[in-house]
Structures are given as structure tokens and as C-alpha cells.
Design a protein around this ligand. Structure first.
Ligand code: T46
Length: 138
């Protein structure tokens, strides 16, 4: 997990423009973009990990809490700034909680959609962590 500052150009009259480039600013080629919106305040999504997908999450409007779990410890990240990106590697269980009405979660992903890459069962996730399915840096 890594938080990156997305480049932005601010103009006090015209507003801000933020941008990032595949491979130059984020460490993978972008194959897919999706975004999640109209989630009611307090709504929770996620509840899964990915075998190999890498993604960057960013919130273009509102406030969303992302809870990440590598099987050993949990970390919570608040996305409430459109120029902040959250890089999530493979093998991380994630939950997302919508803290503000009409918050928008945008995601760029390293692979096309593939349901077989998802682990939606927490016990299976913990089993794979313990088996060393993912190489952890620590
Ligand atoms: C993730 C978090 C941050 C597709 O058909 N294509 C897609 O590209 C995506 C992302 C989803 N779907 C289907 C799969 C499910 O039938 O849309 C349905 C809802 O997906 P899911 O319940 O996985 O949505 P979230 O919000 O829990 O998770 C999503 C991504 O799926 C996931 O990869 O990391 O956002």
C-alpha cells in the first residue's frame, strides 16, 4: 500500500486539473478504469482481495474510508482529496466505507476484469496468506 500525490495544476480562478500517466506516475500499465458512485452514506463495499490485480484508487469527490488488511494488520486510509492516490498491490483484503453522500471512488487497474482473480472468502484469504501465496516485503 502506498499513497501518492497526483500531480495537479491549480488556478485560483479556473480551478484545478490533476493528472497521472501509466508507468510514469503509477507502476503499471492501465488496462481498465472504473468508478463507483451513488453509494448511500455509510454504505460499505469491498470484502475481497485480489490474487494478482494492482490498482490505484482515488476519490474525485467526497470522503471514503479504505480499510486494508494484509492478513496480519489492518490500516485505514481516508480518501478525501482528489490529488491523492492509493496504490494497492495484490493480496490485500479491502473494505470501502462511504462517509459522505455522493462520494465518487475512481479506480485504475492493471488488468481487465476477471472474476477468477477475486478472493471473496475471508477464510480462504487467510489460508493463502499463511501458505505464503504472496511474497510480503516485511
Ligand atoms: C476493488 C474495489 C476497490 C465488472 O463486471 N467489471 C468490473 O470492472 C468491476 C470492477 C466489477 N464488475 C462486476 C463484478 C460484480 O458482479 O460488478 C459487480 C460489483 O463488483 P464488486 O462487488 O466487486 O464491487 P466492489 O465495489 O466491492 O469492488 C470493486 C472492484 O470489484 C474491486 O476490484 O478492488 O472496487
Amino acid at each position: 500500500m502506498k499513497i501518492i500525490n497526483i500531480k495537479e495544476l491549480k488556478d485560483k480562478n479556473l480551478g484545478s486539473l490533476a493528472f497521472f500517466e501509466s508507468m510514469n506516475d503509477i507502476p503499471f500499465e492501465i488496462k481498465r478504469v472504473y468508478y463507483i458512485y451513488h453509494v448511500p452514506k455509510g454504505g460499505e463495499r469491498g470484502g475481497h482481495a485480489h490474487k494478482s490485480l494492482r490498482q490505484m484508487l482515488f476519490c474525485t469527490y467526497g470522503k471514503i474510508e479504505i480499510i486494508l488488511n494484509d492478513g496480519y494488520e489492518k490500516n485505514s486510509v481516508l480518501l478525501d482529496n482528489p490529488s491523492q492516490g492509493l496504490l494497492i498491490g495484490e493480496g490485500i483484503w479491502r473494505d470501502m466505507i462511504w462517509l459522505q453522500e455522493e462520494s465518487v471512488l475512481c479506480v485504475v487497474a492493471s488488468e481487465y476484469y476477471d472474476e477468477t482473480d477475486y478472493i471473496r472468502n475471508y477464510d480462504e484469504f487467510i489460508r493463502l496468506v499463511k501458505e505464503g501465496y504472496w511474497k510480503r516485503e516485511n
